[in-house]
Design a protein around this ligand. Structure first.
Ligand SMILES: [Ca+2]
Length: 68
């Protein structure tokens, strides 16, 4: 869990590419999920992180997400 994420200062580094991941807005922040290969939010997607503290809408294509 990331509690005080600041998009200006912080980055989130994930293996693979952005197409492997999904973001889901929840009451407490954004869930980062590893996609199960079926497009969209589906039952096999695996929750890997909960990002809290950001007041702006997160986007996987933004610079604070880095893929290796
Ligand atoms: Ca999916």
């Amino acid at each position: 869990m990331i509690q005080d994420f600041n998009p200006v200062e912080d980055s989130i580094i994930l293996p693979g590419s952005s197409s492997n991941y999904l973001l889901s807005k929840v009451a407490t922040g954004y869930q980062v999920l590893l996609d199960d290969g079926i497009q969209g939010l589906t039952g096999g997607d695996k929750l890997i992180a909960l990002v809290q503290g950001s007041t702006q809408k997160l986007n996987l294509s933004s610079g604070y997400f880095q893929f290796t």
